[in-house]
Write a protein that binds this ligand. Structure first.
Ligand code: ATP
Ligand code: MG
Length: 450
């Protein structure tokens, strides 16, 4: 990037001086962004700011997405107007945020985020601690020029600007070249940028997975050694990042990218170990990949997906190990499952939160695995009405497909769901007698074949 830093402007922010880049400006006939690809709301905000006498640009992810063939899911606007100046320009708008104040402008169901150009500060604008006792001086430090705003973004592909004044693309850091070469490149010194905000490692993996891009060598290199810095990131933020990795249509390639950069085992430590287990890794790898594939298909077909199911799968290899241990120690199945579930969840929430509404469902899916095996008498009839039956059944199919358990039970349940009531009775009768009285409760699942 240094070749692009042809202007040397010294600005004093505490103790630092910063060299600011001069943009390559691609005029409207030389780039592929057209106003037709932008939402009405985004255009209204850009024009509103422009008419108010301010600079206004689209920035970041939305431009990256359009240029790589995706439909942006939201549009971010940056401006030299302060939030206090921008807000009154729009009827339905509000100022949000404490440390970094932004304006949200609402148009119907769409919200456009308007932020003021942010400065590079010597004490890292992204660092909570240096910002925590904030106040006015701090706010002065936060606002900056468009050049500074470009340099504090994460990757070159996320740092393009579309100027509503001349419809030109402003490229400060070689963004277009990197998009063309399909490269993810951190702006600035990679190690320093990862230390400032370790989530950038996950974002690198995510964009590589989503766009099918490569990480540029110096962007890739520090990730493995620095991966455990993610443990310093609030668990709630990591949970959000996991959802973006797995529930936005590219879960399968996200799994590959996370494993490639040794990030998977940081996010899911216990399951990560199972994926390195000589005997079982094939099974668990297959389980996770199949779940990822199914998730991607569901999203492509606009069917709902839930973090609970995803997490139930991601933690199952860890749960399986703990459960087996308790069973081997002679603990009965139900308490063993309960104990193992609690332990696995407790370990995981140290890294990524799992909101209660999801962990409750995860436990139900896990508990139902054994119950799916005991189908005698009226049990199958009752089970099929369970609110979590469908998820548990899908989960069972995954376990069969991955080779964790032998196939058969899943097919039985497939038939059961398709049958009428006579067919259902027959299916239960065909299970054979002996157990139909229900006097022996078969709570233990078949011994796993692993
Ligand atoms: P998506 O919305 O698809 O996740 P995005 O790039 O729009 O991708 P956002 O989290 O919406 O991601 O962020 C908007 C923009 O803010 C990014 O394009 C990038 O320029 C900047 N940005 C986001 N997160 C960081 C970060 N951790 N460090 C530096 N800049 C960031
Ligand atoms: Mg975005």
């Amino acid at each position: 990037m240094s070749g692009k830093l042809s202007a040397f402007v010294t600005r004093i922010f505490g103790k630092s001086s910063t060299s600011l880049p001069v943009p390559d400006i691609h005029t409207r006939e030389h780039h592929e962004i057209s106003r037709k690809q932008l939402s009405r709301a985004a255009l209204d905000v850009l024009y509103g700011l422009h008419k108010g006498g301010f600079d206004a640009y689209l920035v970041g992810g939305c431009l990256r997405d359009i240029l790589t063939g995706y439909t942006p899911k939201d549009f971010d606007v940056v401006t030299n107007a302060t939030p206090e100046e921008a807000k009154p320009l729009f009827r339905r708008s509000r100022i949000i945020g404490r440390r970094f104040r932004l304006v949200h402008v609402m148009f119907g169901r769409e919200t456009i985020e308007v932020s003021t150009f942010r400065a590079l500060t010597s004490d890292h604008a992204d660092d909570d601690h240096s910002q925590s006792d904030g106040g006015l001086i701090l706010r002065d430090n936060v606002y900056g020029s468009i050049e500074e705003d470009a340099l504090r973004r994460d990757f070159t592909i996320n740092a393009l600007y579309y100027n509503i004044a001349d419809f030109a693309l402003y490229d400060f850091v070689g963004s277009l070249k990197d998009i063309e070469r399909k490269l993810i490149r951190l702006i600035g010194d990679p190690e320093q940028r990862y230390r400032e905000d370790p989530v950038r490692m996950l974002r690198a993996a995510r964009f590589a997975a989503k766009l099918n891009f490569e990480l540029e060598a110096s962007t890739e290199k520090p990730i493995r050694p620095l991966a455990t810095l993610l443990y310093q990131v609030p668990a709630a933020r990591l949970f959000d990042e996991v959802l973006k990795l797995f529930l936005t249509g590219h879960a399968l390639s996200s799994v590959a990218a996370l494993q490639r950069y040794s990030l998977f085992e940081v996010l899911f430590p216990e399951t990560g170990k199972r994926l390195h287990d000589a005997e079982q890794k094939k099974i668990w790898q297959a389980l996770i990949e199949q779940a990822a594939r199914n998730t991607d298909v569901r999203i492509a077909n606009e069917r709902p997906v839930t973090p609970a199911f995803l997490y139930a799968v991601l933690l199952w290899p860890a749960l399986h190990k703990r459960l087996q241990k308790h069973l081997d120690n002679g603990m009965p199945y139900a308490p063993a499952m309960s104990k193992a579930s609690g332990q696995v969840l407790n370990e995981q929430i140290k890294v990524t939160t799992i909101p209660k509404r999801f962990s409750t469902v995860m436990r139900e899916i896990w508990d139902l695995q054994a119950r799916l095996d005991s189908r005698h008498g009226r049990r199958a009839e009752a089970l099929v009405e369970h609110p979590r039956f469908r998820a548990a059944y899908d989960f069972l199919l995954l376990r069969e497909q991955s080779g964790e358990i032998e196939p058969g039970l899943g097919e039985w349940w497939t038939q059961y769901q398709e049958a009428d009531s006579i067919g259902r009775d027959q299916l239960v009768r065909d299970l054979g007698q002996g157990a139909s009285s229900g006097k022996r409760r078969r709570r233990r699942p078949r011994r796993q074949n692993t």
